[in-house]
Write a protein that binds this ligand. Structure first.
Ligand code: PEP
Ligand code: MG
Length: 570
């Protein structure tokens, strides 16, 4: 039995597909002259096989996931049919007696290095495609079928070291029943994507790829953080009943989609959705979201090979705003740096990226990048209730500087006669201890707060949120974090301004009830969590939640807090 960090709810039962972490190894010794032709044939067959595979994948992805996702494979197809590439490989086999896979690996790595050094941002970003493709041709040369995450003919559970954003982007959620990864954390990319695709997932499972074999039957219970490999008949029966219970619960919650998240004593709590792309609006509404509490624009920036221009950003924002039909849409300015990289930005390597040029700091360093976003935001504001959220704030000077940029964006649109909102509500993310301490000053000059408990926990406790070695120290229910939240909520309420919590805590039932008891009136979370949180809120009296929160805020350790919450709400 394994466990890790349960990051996306649900129970799944299916066969494992294990993605190995190990690069494929093969003999690199030179081939004898009489085998040269055989190696050339091997290479040609590998190319033909790769074209066949990619054509199939491209067609299936286009049908299931649309044109933008299919474009990844279109690019691979163009590269694989490149004459120059083939000639270079064949030359290496003929002139230097390389084996086919060795020649491919060499040529590809030369191309990748050359592309990475180019000034052209688009070509630079294509190096990732080139590397992916190289791996496919090498495997085909060796007669190993490359693992396709896009098409499965049966239900599977993916077991991997880690999944890349491009791998998760093309996962077929009708076939992928669950995800298990060795790395990752509650707030990692895989976690966020799995929750948004409603695929049960447990991350941070040490040794999973070596302990689990392809074809093993896996029972993944992300509700109780259990993974059983090849369960016995009685374990199987138990997991089946857990799965049925989970499905039943989901069905019951579905019926409550249009009910308000209101406590028994009549207090309305707003439940909004965290989204990463316009495609998430539909599922968010389907779960009963009352608007978007956090639109993480990073994903829009990650999906493209070059910086999305103003028009592209405007269209994405507008589409979400229109889908939300007058409900608020909180759009956060770009929060890259830290763990999120964008190849085309050429971010210098930092020793402490989470303490480095991240979020608003990076945007200030790249004024054109910031202005483009602000212009797109202001233009989208014409179509509905858009609110701007600024990440990684640690001083009031940053808020003032941000407002100067906003004014500049406004003036330029005015000057050019382009339709835009004259004023949009401006909020800051409270995710650094500095922002907590400065909350009374920050709220005075802004319109709302959104508490990012993922980063607030990381920075308050000095625990890297990505580091699985210290995952047990990442305690969102630490009294230190809770006191920071309380201080922030009190500061906002003092000024009569709204405060939302948009970190992972908002989607956890016990934490959500505690936050409501502490005075939080809005929670924003992955849509998959909304029904369960709503159901829990509807069963409580605010007066009682307040009493419990008061008691909990007097406790001195996270263990005591968790025990107390379990005692009240199990
Ligand atoms: C947070 O830090 O809690 C948050 C919501 O932002 P992100 O997870 O994108 O850093
Ligand atoms: Mg954050």
């Amino acid at each position: 039995m394994f466990s890790g960090i349960s990051v996306s709810p649900g129970v799944a039962l299916a066969q494992a597909v294990v993605l190995s972490n190990e690069p494929v190894s093969f003999d690199r010794s030179p081939v004898a002259a009489e085998f040269i032709e055989r190696e050339i044939d091997k290479f040609k067959n590998a190319i033909a096989e790769s074209v066949k595979q990619l054509t199939l994948i491209e067609a299936q992805v286009r049908k299931k996931m649309g044109d933008d996702k299919a474009a990844i494979f279109e690019a691979h197809l163009m590269l694989v049919e490149d004459e120059e590439l083939s000639e270079a490989v064949i030359e290496k086999i003929k002139d230097r007696c390389f084996t086919a896979p060795a020649a491919v690996e060499d040529v590809i790595s030369e191309h990748v290095s050359a592309m990475e050094e180019l000034d052209d941002e688009y070509l630079k970003a294509r190096a990732v495609d080139m590397r992916d493709l190289g791996q496919r041709i090498v495997l085909n040369c060796l007669g190993i079928a490359p693992q396709s995450l896009e098409i499965f003919d049966r239900e599977v559970i993916i077991v991997a070291g880690e999944l890349t954003p491009s791998q998760t982007a093309v996962l077929d959620s009708s076939k992928v029943m669950g995800i298990i990864t060795e790395r990752g954390s509650r707030t990692s990319h895989t976690a966020i994507m799995a929750a948004s695709m409603e695929i049960p997932a447990i991350v941070g499972v040490e040794g999973a790829t070596s302990a689990i074999c392809n074809g093993d039957m896996i029972a993944l219970d992300a509700e109780h953080n259990h993974i059983i490999v090849n369960p016995t008949p009685s374990q199987l029966e138990h997991v089946e009943s857990q799965r049925e219970q989970y499905m039943l619960e989901c069905k019951q919650f579905e019926g409550g989609r249009d009910l308000p998240a209101q406590t028994r004593d009549g207090v309305r709590i707003k439940l909004a959705a965290n989204i990463g792309s316009p495609a998430d609006s539909g599922p968010a509404l389907g779960k009963g979201a009352e608007g978007v509490g956090l639109y993480r624009v990073e994903f829009l920036f990650m999906e493209t090979a070059e910086q999305p221009d103003e028009e592209m950003q405007y269209q994405a924002f507008k589409s979400v705003v229109e889908d939300m039909k007058g409900m608020p849409v909180v759009i956060r300015t770009l929060d890259v740096g830290g763990d999120k990289d964008l190849p085309y930005l050429d971010l210098p390597k930092e020793d402490n990226p989470f303490l480095g040029c991240r979020g608003i700091r990076l945007c200030f360093e790249r004024p054109r990048l910031l202005l483009r976003q602000l212009r797109a935001l202001l233009r989208a504001g014409v179509h509905g209730d858009v609110r701007i959220l600024v990440p990684m704030i640690s001083s009031l000077d940053e808020v003032r500087r941000f407002k100067e940029f906003l004014a500049e964006a406004q003036n330029s649109l005015e000057h050019e006669g382009i339709a835009h909102a004259k004023e949009l509500p401006l909020g800051v993310m409270i995710e650094t201890p500095a922002a907590v301490f400065l909350a009374p000053h920050l709220i005075h000059e802004t319109d709302f707060f959104s508490i990012g408990t993922n980063d607030l926990t990381q920075y308050t406790l000095a625990v890297d949120r990505q580091n699985e070695r210290i995952a047990d120290l990442f305690e969102q229910l630490s009294p230190a974090v809770l006191l920071g939240i309380k201080h922030t909520v009190d500061a906002a309420r003092e000024e009569g301004k709204p405060v939302c919590v948009c970190g992972q805590m908002a989607g956890d039932v016990n934490s959500a009830l505690l936050l409501v008891g502490m005075g939080v009136e809005e929670l924003s979370m992955s849509p998959v969590h909304i029904p369960r949180v709503k159901n829990a809120i509807r069963r409580q009296d605010l007066a009682r939640l307040r009493e419990i929160a008061k008691e909990v805020l007097g406790l001195s350790t996270a263990t005591e807090v968790k025990m107390k919450l379990d005692e009240y709400w199990g």
